[in-house]
Ligand binder design. Structure first.
Ligand code: PXP
Length: 240
């Protein structure tokens, strides 16, 4: 069975458009669980553009499936993660200008900041995952840091058309092979939706997919529970 992590950031994006109290990502998380989510992912960004500190506290207290706290290697958010203790911490690169996370972490070129963040999270008993491009050398570098999982960046795959689609899918497969051979859990995410998710779910060794924008968009039309249940059904067919 492929585990489905539902990213609820964009429920908070709608709330922050008015800086009010609704819609509440904490309620969305509970509904996502009812729809069959195996985990809830949230990204506390440096600029607090969507998820707020209050959301993180309440999500960790109330979510009954896995919590996956996405964060940059920055002291401010690392200290919050270490205090609230989510099940998982997912380290990502972050820049202020980006609309969404644009590329994977450069683990190969790490100046020590990624390694130090991993050590800090592991010492707090939090499982760690690194968001990286589907590059076999980045996967090997991630394994050297002793992380529990890598999340392969599926953004380029999601944008690829025709021949480029096969090239990107192949990069994901090859990076996935190395991750599995190194004994890490294989996760993937970014840009996945109801129509492009199947080939990624079918990659050998794939354990977890993290999906946000597409599910939240669908939830506007049919409600969060049904939007998650629809994605759950697609993944269940793949596993059958
Ligand atoms: N994984 C990571 C590391 C992300 O930054 C995001 C976007 O917040 C996702 C997965 C989910 O991407 P999307 O919202 O495109 O489904």
């Amino acid at each position: 069975m492929i585990e489905l992590g539902v990213n609820i950031d964009h429920v908070a994006t709608v709330r922050q458009a008015r800086r009010t109290y609704e819609p509440d990502p904490v309620i969305a998380a509970a509904l996502a669980e009812q729809g069959g989510a195996d985990g809830i992912t949230f990204h506390l960004r440096e600029d607090r553009r969507h998820i707020q500190d209050r959301d993180v506290e309440l999500l960790v207290q109330t979510v009954t499936v896995k919590t996956n706290f996405e964060l940059a290697c920055a002291a401010d958010v690392l200290s919050i993660a270490v205090r609230v203790k989510p099940d998982w911490a997912l380290l990502v690169p972050e820049s202020r200008e980006e609309v969404t996370t644009e590329g994977g972490l450069n683990v190969l070129g790490d100046d020590g900041r990624i390694a130090a963040a991993v050590d800090q999270l592991k010492a707090a008993g939090i499982l760690t995952s690194l968001f990286i491009d589907p590059d076999v050398n980045q996967v090997a570098a991630a394994a050297k840091l002793g992380v529990d999982a890598v999340e392969l960046h599926t953004g380029p795959y999601a944008l690829a058309k025709r021949e480029a689609f096969d090239v990107e899918l192949d990069r994901l497969r090859r990076a996935g092979e190395v991750a599995c051979a190194e004994g890490m859990r294989l996760h993937a995410g970014h840009g996945l939706n109801y129509t492009n998710v199947r080939p990624v779910a079918l990659i050998e060794g794939m354990i977890e997919l993290n999906i946000g924008h597409s599910i939240v968009s669908r939830a506007l039309m049919v409600g969060m529970r049904d939007a998650v249940a629809e994605m759950r059904r697609i993944l269940d067919v793949v596993a059958a």
